[in-house]
Design a binder for this molecule. Structure first.
Ligand code: EPZ
Length: 417
């Protein structure tokens, strides 16, 4: 089982390109099932979650070829409508295949995606919306058996919470439904907009993606297209946290500043300066951060829940106390116990984490238990005295491509052992 060995107190410097967005690649790969012909997806990161999605596409009958950061999917011969348990369980986000398979084949049989390290991850909103679109869904023995023999029918859907996955599932399913679907209280994340851009290039008619109300006029068929995935705003926020915890000055290339407009003020509050233009961001951190004061995670355009763990890790060495409120997932503070092993002073109670900044952390042997928690341990390891050994890096590899190489290129002393 490989681990990461980080020697802290190394300043970072230089520049790095930010990888393509995992949470845009995954729904877009699922959406290729709707199309005839070939889709060429550029800037797709090399991640285990992406590999898991490619395996599902191949199982369903698609041809999938990857070369470097380009994935080519041919979906003329989709011939199955079931996804076996072992493939479903590889990544939580495979639930987004439900709407795609159902819309393409009229059936979908897949196992209930389990909960994961950060929460129960219910799919009630997905199922309610697909039923409103006319799907019959039976839930038994951990399996979902869905059918829409007469196709799906457009309708008005109102989400009780702006769920990213539910919005994506509905958008995908509604593309080939008859009539118009409106989603009220839709998620507004940039990954939703990227998915809509891809689908519209395939011939879909989606209006208002990125707004609270999205309208989809059903069409009879879609054709593959080429598409470049947007940069990963969470990887960008993680790199900013690495620079912030080490008092560094770095350049991030290929970021979209407007997607980080809720994260940048958090860093500016601590004394960091952030300048971006035409896709490049210059990030300068003071020697020691001031407190972040209070950070609340919210649906986009609020502070993303996925950035909470890296931000919290940087707050551990700030000069003052920072308060975090995790409003999206019920169990997303698991990294704090490992940070405490490194000398952090953190108290958590339900949604709240109170982080009392310390002068410095010390290296320890720590274990990652979820994707963004793994990133948080790296942020902490980079500023700790002595060495930190991080196990459980399979979680990291779900969302960060060659992260230790990226950080080494910025001067960090980090290696996989
Ligand atoms: C997506 O997950 C992302 N994953 C998550 O990123 C991200 O944290 C999350 O959106 C919020 O931004 C992908 O895009 C692959 P939700 P998703 O549906 O779609 C509850 C990462 O680290 N809910 O917006 O699952 C749910 O339990 C991952 O890259 C229901 O109750 O998130 C959660 O509390 C982690 N019923 C809240 O809504 C439902 O039917 C937000 O979930 C669906 C969701």
């Amino acid at each position: 089982m490989s681990k990461l060995l980080v020697t802290g107190r190394q300043k970072l410097s230089g520049e790095v390109y930010v990888q393509g967005a995992k949470n845009s690649s995954l729904p877009i790969l699922a959406a290729t099932i709707l199309t005839k012909g070939e889709s060429v997806i550029f800037n797709c990161p090399n991640l285990s979650d992406i590999d898991a999605s490619s395996r599902i596409l191949r199982y369903l009958g698609c041809k999938v070829e990857r070369s470097d950061h380009t994935i080519v999917v041919k979906s003329d011969d989709v011939c199955r409508s079931d996804i076996p348990d072992e493939l479903m369980r590889k990544t939580r986000s495979s639930i987004v295949f439900l709407g795609a398979v159902l819309a393409r084949t009229g059936r979908a049989r897949l196992s209930f995606p389990g909960g994961c390290e950060i929460g129960l991850r219910p799919i009630d909103m997905h199922l309610k919306a697909l039923r409103e679109l006319g799907a019959e869904i039976k839930e038994k023995h951990g399996y979902l058996d869905c059918s829409a023999p007469y196709g799906l029918k457009g309708t008005k859907i109102s989400l009780s919470f702006p769920s990213v996955g539910a919005t994506e599932d509905i958008m995908i399913a509604a593309c080939l439904a008859s009539g118009t679907t409106t989603i009220t209280n839709a998620a507004r994340e940039p990954e939703i907009v990227d998915l809509a851009d891809y689908l519209n290039k395939c011939g879909a008619k989606i209006y208002g993606a990125g707004e609270g109300v999205v309208m989809i006029d059903g069409v009879s068929s879609l054709n593959g297209t080429s598409h470049t995935i947007i940069p990963d705003r969470i990887v960008a926020a993680t790199l900013m946290s690495c620079a912030a915890s080490t008092g560094s000055h770095i350049m991030l290339r290929g970021v979209i500043g407007s997607q980080l407009e809720s994260v940048i003020p958090v860093f500016e509050e601590t004394g960091c300066t952030v300048k971006y233009k035409d896709g490049d961001m210059e990030f300068v951190s003071p020697k020691r951060l001031k407190t972040m004061k209070i950070v609340r995670t919210m649906p986009y355009p609020g502070v993303p829940t996925d950035a909470q763990a890296p931000l919290l890790a940087a707050a551990c060495v700030a000069d003052g106390t920072s308060v975090f409120v995790e409003n999206i997932f019920e169990n997303r503070y698991r990294h704090t116990s490992e940070l405490v092993r490194m000398g952090a002073k953190i108290k958590t109670e339900g949604k709240i984490a109170v982080v009392e900044g310390v002068q410095s952390l010390y290296g320890a042997s720590v274990e990652a238990t979820d994707l963004r928690g793994a990133a948080a341990l790296i942020v902490a390891g980079l500023c700790a005295e002595s060495d930190t050994e991080i196990s459980g890096i399979k979680y990291l590899e779900r969302g960060y491509e060659n992260f230790e190489i990226v950080l080494s290129s910025l001067g960090a002393d980090i290696k996989k052992v």
